[in-house]
Design a protein around this ligand. Structure first.
Ligand code: GLU
Length: 275
């Protein structure tokens, strides 16, 4: 299986923005599992700004400072992954929107990732925050991960976050909010329900995750939104085990992934149409 696993800042950094080594160690072990089991893996990892804060002790108050911290932190982020994946060759890929939209740059990006996968290297992708000003920013790593999944024609996009899926409302504000097991189609209505661009309760917000799932759906790629702290979440998802998460079907008329999901016992299912 060709997998894109996106790891959000909230899964890597504490409230103070600092990288938490134990979390990287845990996720790295799951990456190693995927590779040992012959899956092709591309990781989209946030955490550069967090790692930059950790190393420099500076806290960003303006965009340029964030960009500077990303420049510092990106190297330390890669080092942290390398420390916990001593036997794996890693490659760092930093992309901007132009790299995905310009045909030539896009072809270069895909060819490079393709070659790295053929070589058995683990590509770790992030947005090139240091050069990506507003006009050329992708803006969030959920969207970046979906675009990378499309770029390399992945079979599955896994978004790891600090939430175990989509809820009918913000569960932190509304304890009665219901967990959504499956979304058949990320409709415009669903997107409207989950607000505008303002940040949600996850670091990137639920909206960017829905948008990412929609991009993947439009290209017939299924997406799972799961909690990064669920033990062995990646192996479980890849093996089709029961994991509390939200499954976005690949497209409404191709429910193969959904059938698999619906077979999972004990999972609360709410289809996008109803929702
Ligand atoms: N590229 C940012 C970073 O590495 C994260 C962006 C995001 O979390 O969406 O810190």
């Amino acid at each position: 299986m060709r997998l894109v696993v996106k790891i959000g800042t909230s899964s890597l950094c504490g409230d103070d923005g600092l990288l938490i080594d134990e979390r990287i160690k845990n996720l790295a072990a799951q990456m190693a599992w995927a590779r040992q089991n012959s899956h092709e893996l591309v990781v989209v990892s946030s955490g550069a700004v967090g790692a930059g804060i950790g190393r420099s002790g500076k806290h960003p108050s303006e965009v340029v400072e964030k960009q500077a911290l990303a420049a510092i932190g990106q190297a330390y982020l890669m080092q942290a992954y390398q420390r916990h994946l001593p036997d794996v060759v890693l490659a760092q890929i930093l992309l901007t929107r132009q790299d995905l939209e310009d045909a030539r740059r896009r072809a270069n990006s895909v060819n490079t990732i393709q070659r790295l996968l053929e070589w058995g290297v683990l590509p770790i992708v992030n947005e090139n925050d240091t050069v990506a000003h507003e006009e050329i920013r992708i803006g969030d790593n959920d969207t970046l991960a979906a675009r990378v999944a499309v770029l390399i024609n992945a079979n599955l996009l896994i978004l790891l976050s600090d939430v175990d899926g989509l809820y009918t409302e913000d569960p932190r504000k509304t304890p009665a909010a219901k967990h959504v097991g499956t979304v058949q189609w990320v409709s415009g209505e669903l997107l409207n329900r989950h607000g505008t661009k303002t940040r949600g309760w996850g670091t990137g917000g639920i909206r960017t995750k829905l948008l990412a799932a929609r991009i993947a759906q439009e290209h017939a790629i299924p997406t799972v939104l799961a909690d990064s702290t669920t033990p062995d979440v990646v192996p479980h998802l890849v093996q089709g085990d029961v994991v509390r998460a939200t499954y976005f079907l690949s497209r409404p008329d191709d429910p193969s992934f959904g059938v698999n999901v619906r077979n999972h016992s004990g999972m609360e299912i709410l289809l996008g149409d109803e929702y």
